[in-house]
Unconditional design. Sequence first.
Length: 421
Amino acid sequence: MASPVWHPYAHLLTQQDAPKVVGGKGPRFVLEDGEALLDATCSWWCMIHGYAHPRLVAAIKEQADTLCHVMLGGLTHDPADRLARELVRVTPPGLEHVFFSDSGSVGMEVAMKMAVQYHHLCDKPGKHRMLSLMKAYHGDTSGCMAVCDPEEGMHSLFSGYLPRHHFAPAPTAPYDAAPDAVEQDLAALRKVLEQHHHEIAALLMEPLLQAAGGLNMTSPLYLKGARELCDEFDVLLVFDEVATGFGRTGKLFAADHAEVTPDIMVLSKGLTGGYLGHAATLATGRVHDAFIGSTPQHAFMHGPTFMGNPLACRVALESLAVFEEENYLEKIARLNRVLYEELLEDPALRGHPRVRDVRVLGATAVIEANDAADLKGVAAFARARGVWLRPFGRWLYTMPAYITSREEMRSITQTMKAWFA
Ligand SMILES: *Cc1c(COP(=O)(O)O)cnc(C)c1O
């Protein structure tokens, strides 16, 4: 009998039987027949330490012996308290309060509710819409779908059901763009803010790297400019660092490239090293303090059952400790050099007629094909070479685990290039 498991984003008529994973070690997972695949995507970008990392596994086991779960409503525990302090320590200065939840989408829902309630409490109840960017992806729940790219995104069929927000054009200036190129992107953002700021609570963005919307990369100057515009128009700046957080762009957070502190920042994917689902929504003192007051409306009405789960917090603490003790930023820089040399500096690839663009940032690289059809069959092609690639649309990308060796990184890039050769 076919499995009753309903797979994500799957087209039921054409989907193939999913290979069964029985384990994994380092950057590879292992299938039931013993086949080991080098994971070029580290499981939707979250398994940053790879599979079966001994310290992370030990942390979960140790915590399981002590306390697997307890509600955070009216109670607290060491792992939640310590993780909150650590997140405040490592994130940009000014982010001082941490609201836990169980997934990236919910972390973004929390951010949006927080922003709307903040303005309500500041006597600006008219500021109740979001400003998002084209090509954005912020999650699959209803609130998040409403701030994903409304045209190219995968949620357009739900448009009748979703609340309406504002959208500014996606930035087009690349990472190393000159200031005047970035000015054009910022002018487009300013235009929407000038028109609609009176009803905009927050500007949402995936800083530097719009991930699921096509690995669209932009300049740190765009983040700086967005910060200034938000201050000018009394709009909160929300950084969705669910994908970019924990080293993906080459610094611990994308915000660090621009030395910008957003008012609210959301972390998930890499937070627990991928070992358990969890998220954190961080807020500045200014946002938090607006909630200090005596009316019933001052309470922030949100509380996921599993927020601050001790197992998740404990493994997140271990993940961060390993990241810092083993100098992961240096590992990421090494991977980045391989991606540069192998992909960006390969004239045959960049000049290939089916390749529209090649982009690299931190431990992220994408070959953008001209057409989604150009990538049909690439997953099976890679699997035959021992590599797990899962492209979407016309984007063939890698976001490897940071413990991937240079040789392994090369075997991923060579597989990607071989497809076009
Ligand atoms: C994956 C992702 C989300 C959603 O996180 P889930 O844990 O899948 O709900 C939100 N924002 C960004 C930028 C993401 O990459």
